[in-house]
Design a protein around this ligand. Structure first.
Ligand code: PGA
Length: 251
């Protein structure tokens, strides 16, 4: 990665964890040692956000894994950015491929969520990525640019410091099939160029683009060496002590 951008690692716990298991994760994160030059944020199930925020050191961020697009009201089962902020968490992951593909979230809805979360003062990790059949049909760029545009259109010019973009090819998530560093770099480079052409060269230079999809302690360092890969979003491997190596991958 380019040295001007601070390395960023997200641990996406997904729908995993009990209080006892979370205590275990907090234990290995606290023991570290963690690279002080990397940002670390844990994506926590909604019901444990408060617990995790209270128990994790302040240097480690806490993210919700989703939120709704308005502050409050008759939306059974949803949580709002205002609630996430109220318990002291700082971040939200939006548009994860499981939200898109299991729960049918559209580009438009994800854009509205990004806009509202930013307006409430949360920092956001919007996710984009192509499916296997889209990659095989040569549509990777078309898909990720369309997804990115729906998000970028909703980001006010003064909020880019609150955005970390995650590129997660759907075929690599939870499958053990990591994109090669070259495959990931190719898309990251194109995303950065798209930001330069469609937002500004300054935003393109400063915005972190992280890779997700079967990142492990074994492959994280090779990925981190690529010029446009500024960190990772990690699912399965974020639940295990090896995650410390992934946080430290740019050292
Ligand atoms: P994985 O998940 O690391 O288990 O592939 C990544 C993600 O979905 O964010």
């Amino acid at each position: 990665m380019a040295s001007a951008r601070k390395f960023f690692v997200g641990g996406n716990w997904k729908m995993n964890g009990t209080k006892a298991e979370i205590d275990g994760i907090i234990g290995f994160l606290t023991a570290g040692p963690l690279d002080p030059n990397a940002d670390l944020v844990c994506g926590v199930p909604a019901c444990y956000l408060d617990y995790a925020r209270q128990k994790l050191p302040a240097t480690i961020g806490v993210a919700a894994q989703n939120c709704y697009k308005v502050a409050k009201g008759a939306f059974t089962g949803e949580i709002s950015p205002a609630m996430i902020k109220d318990i002291g968490a700082e971040w939200v992951i939006l548009g994860h491929s499981e939200r898109r593909n299991v729960f049918g979230e559209s580009d438009a809805l994800i854009g509205e969520k990004v806009a509202h979360a930013l307006s409430e003062g949360l920092k956001v990790i919007p996710c984009i990525g192509e499916k296997l059949e889209e990659r095989e049909a040569g549509k990777t760029e078309e898909v990720v640019f369309t997804q990115l545009k729906a998000i970028v259109d909703k980001i006010p010019a003064d909020k880019w410091d609150s955005v970390v973009i995650a590129y997660e090819p759907v075929w690599a998530i939870g499958t053990g099939k990591t994109a090669t560093p070259q495959q990931a770099q190719e898309v990251h480079g194109k995303l950065r160029q798209w930001l330069s052409d469609n937002v500004s060269p300054d935003v393109a230079q400063k915005t972190r683009i992280i890779y997700g999809g079967s990142v492990t302690a074994d492959n994280c360092r090779e990925l981190a060496k690529e010029a446009d890969i500024d960190g990772s979003l990690v699912g399965g491997a974020s639940l295990k002590p090896d995650f410390v190596h992934i946080v430290n991958a740019s050292q």
